[in-house]
Design a protein around this ligand. Structure first.
Ligand SMILES: CC(C)(COP(=O)(O)OP(=O)(O)OC[C@H]1O[C@@H](n2cnc3c(N)ncnc32)[C@H](O)[C@@H]1OP(=O)(O)O)[C@@H](O)C(=O)NCCC(=O)NCCSC(=O)c1ccc(O)cc1
Length: 143
């Protein structure tokens, strides 16, 4: 089942004409990813401080469909598309007023914050991610 959340598109996320500035979208997206992990029971503060696990992005493919505007309420849908040894493939769909503004294919990797190398997903995190795996079109990241 996909994770859903909303974010306001604020004055500071937009250019002077009120059109969303895409680097702001990326900052918002990181917060959504953080909330997704929190919803699974793994707040990033605890992951980072207690378990020394980071979740850096290694690939991000964005497609912009129509502009967002200051004051829009952004509806985020985050789907888990694949879980590898240490990688996680996500698909994001971002809409406002019922219309898709942009989508993204996103790969993050579990890493050790001590060695800065990849780390196989620990069993408890893998189990939580697997509970969100979309079976339609699911794939192994290695394929
Ligand atoms: C993530 C890495 C440590 C992995 O390197 P290694 O330890 O050598 O592992 P591997 O090369 O074996 O790859 C591990 C997995 O990542 C996958 N991978 C690694 N790089 C890629 C790329 N470029 N594309 C696709 N898949 C990749 C690979 O397929 C492996 O998947 P699994 O089979 O599922 O395990 C290294 O690639 C790296 O440091 N990359 C740079 C990451 C980065 O700086 N991203 C920029 C954004 S920073 C960021 O988002 C961030 C978030 C949160 C924070 O607290 C800090 C920063």
């Amino acid at each position: 089942m996909a994770f859903k959340t909303t974010r306001p598109l604020r004055f500071g996320d937009c250019d002077p004409s009120g059109i969303a500035y895409f680097p702001s979208y990326l900052n918002i997206l990181v917060g959504v990813l953080e909330d997704f992990f929190g919803s699974l029971g793994f707040p990033w503060k605890a992951l980072v401080n207690d378990r020394r696990i980071g979740v850096p992005t290694v690939r991000l493919d964005l497609t912009f469909v129509r502009p967002g505007f200051q004051g829009d309420e952004l509806d985020f849908v985050v789907a888990v598309r694949g879980i590898g040894r240490s990688s996680l493939d996500l698909e994001h769909q971002v809409s406002a007023n019922g219309q898709v503004l942009w989508t993204a294919r996103h790969r993050v990797v579990s890493t050790s914050l001590d060695t800065h190398q990849s780390l196989a997903w620990p069993d408890d995190i893998r189990a939580a991610l697997t509970s969100h795996l979309e079976m339609t079109d699911a794939h192994h990241p290695a394929t």
